[in-house]
Design a protein around this ligand. Structure first.
Ligand SMILES: [Zn+2]
Ligand SMILES: [Zn+2]
Length: 339
C-alpha cells in the first residue's frame, strides 16, 4: 500500500512548482499529494478503498497543521500578511525595523548618555583622551563586570519579539534574537583574551523553567554561539549558574532594594570550571542591570578572571518610565501564562 504524505517537510514548499500545484485552499484539501517516493499522485484518483480515504483525511489534517505552522497568515507584530516562508511569524519589515542602539553610550553599562557632557563632572579632556565615557552610576559604583553590551533598545518590535519567545513560546524567535546577540558581542571582541570564553546564560528558577519549558537566555545564547563557532572561541556552560531562590517582583524597588532583593539568588554549581576563566553572562534584557550584576559578582567571587555581559535588548534612560510599565505588563503576562 502506498502511504500518502499530503505534506512533506519544509523543503517541499521551497520551489515555485509546488506552490503552483497546490489548490487555493490553504488547508491542503484537494491538492496534489506526494507518495513517499515524492511522485505526485492525484488525491482523487487513489482508488475507492475506505482506508485510503481515511488516510487522506488524516493526512489533510496534518497538512493543515503544518500549513498553519509554515504559513502563518499574518505577522504577529504588525498583522500584515506574510509572504515569505519562515518558521518565525514576523514579517521582514518588522524585523528590519529592529535597529541596533545608536548614539553615545556609557562605555561600561551601555546606558544612553543623555548629553555628550554627561561625564563633564570629570575633566572632559582626560575622559576623551582615555576614550572612556561613563554614566553617573558607573562613575559612582563600578559594576562587577567589565562591560555590558546590548543589541537594541527594549521597546517596539524588539520587545514584542522577546515576548513572543518568552510568553508565547515561539521558539524560532530565539534564532533571530541570537543573531542580534552575536552582533552585540562583536563589541566585546577586542576585550576578550585569546582563550575560550565561557558563555553563561542567566538561569531561571527550576519551577519557572518547568512552567515555561525552556530558558530563553539559553536558547538565545545557543543560537548566537552557533553563528560564532568559527574560531571555537565560545563555550556554552548552561548549568554553571543556578537560581537557588525565587525572587519577588523588582517593581517599585529602589536600586539598593533591588540589589538586596536579588542578593543570594544565584549559586555557582561548579566553581572549578570558573576559576581563572573569562565569562560572558547572557540574558534577554538588561533592565537595571541588577540581575546580571549579581551573576557577575558571584562568578567573580568563584574566581572568574573577567566577566562581560551580553543581552539582546536594554532599557535606555529615556524609556525608563515605559520600562516600569512594561515590567508590570510582563508580570501580568507571566501570571497569565502560568495559569
Ligand atoms: Zn510585521
Ligand atoms: Zn554606566
Amino acid at each position: 500500500m502506498t502511504v500518502l504524505i499530503a505534506s512533506g517537510p519544509m523543503h517541499r514548499y521551497t520551489t515555485k512548482d509546488s506552490f503552483s500545484q497546490s489548490s487555493p485552499s490553504p488547508t491542503g484539501r484537494g491538492r496534489n499529494v506526494f507518495s513517499s517516493k515524492g511522485t505526485p499522485i492525484r488525491a482523487s484518483g487513489t482508488g475507492a478503498a475506505g482506508q485510503d480515504t481515511h488516510l487522506l483525511s488524516w493526512a489533510s489534517g496534518i497538512a493543515a497543521g503544518l500549513f498553519a505552522t509554515l504559513f502563518p497568515s499574518d505577522c504577529r507584530l504588525c498583522g500584515s500578511p506574510l509572504i515569505n516562508i519562515s518558521r518565525l511569524p514576523v514579517c521582514v519589515e518588522c524585523l528590519a525595523a529592529m535597529r541596533p542602539i545608536a548614539g553615545g553610550l556609557c562605555s561600561i553599562c551601555g546606558e544612553r548618555l543623555i548629553s555628550p557632557f554627561a561625564f563633564a563632572a570629570e575633566p572632559v579632556q582626560s575622559a576623551v583622551e582615555s576614550g572612556e565615557t561613563r554614566c553617573g552610576l558607573c562613575r559612582r559604583l563600578e559594576p562587577p563586570y567589565i562591560k555590558a553590551t546590548a543589541y537594541g533598545s527594549y521597546d517596539g518590535g524588539l520587545r514584542e519579539l522577546i515576548h513572543l519567545l518568552k510568553y508565547n513560546g515561539v521558539r524560532p524567535a530565539a534564532n533571530v534574537l541570537g543573531r542580534m546577540l552575536a552582533e552585540a558581542v562583536e563589541d566585546l571582541q577586542p576585550h576578550f583574551s585569546d582563550t575560550e570564553v565561557l558563555v553563561v546564560p542567566v538561569p531561571l528558577h527550576a519551577r519557572k523553567a518547568r512552567q515555561r519549558g525552556f530558558n530563553q537566555s539559553e536558547l538565545i545564547a545557543r543560537a548566537a554561539i552557533k553563528l560564532k563557532t568559527a574560531g571555537g572561541h565560545f563555550q556554552l556552560s548552561a548549568n554553571l549558574l543556578e537560581r537557588s531562590r525565587e525572587t519577588t517582583s523588582q517593581i517599585g524597588l529602589s536600586r539598593h532594594q533591588r540589589r538586596e532583593n536579588i542578593r543570594g539568588a544565584f549559586r555557582v554549581t561548579k566553581p572549578d570550571e570558573v576559576r581563572g576563566r573569562e565569562v560572558l553572562v547572557v540574558d534577554d534584557v538588561f533592565t537595571t542591570g541588577t540581575t546580571v550584576s549579581e551573576c557577575a559578582r558571584i562568578l567573580r567571587r568563584a574566581g572568574a578572571s573577567r566577566v562581560y555581559v551580553g543581552t539582546v535588548a536594554r532599557t535606555l534612560k529615556t524609556e525608563a518610565q515605559s520600562a516600569i510599565r512594561d515590567s508590570e505588563t510582563e508580570i501580568r503576562l507571566a501570571m497569565a501564562a502560568a495559569g
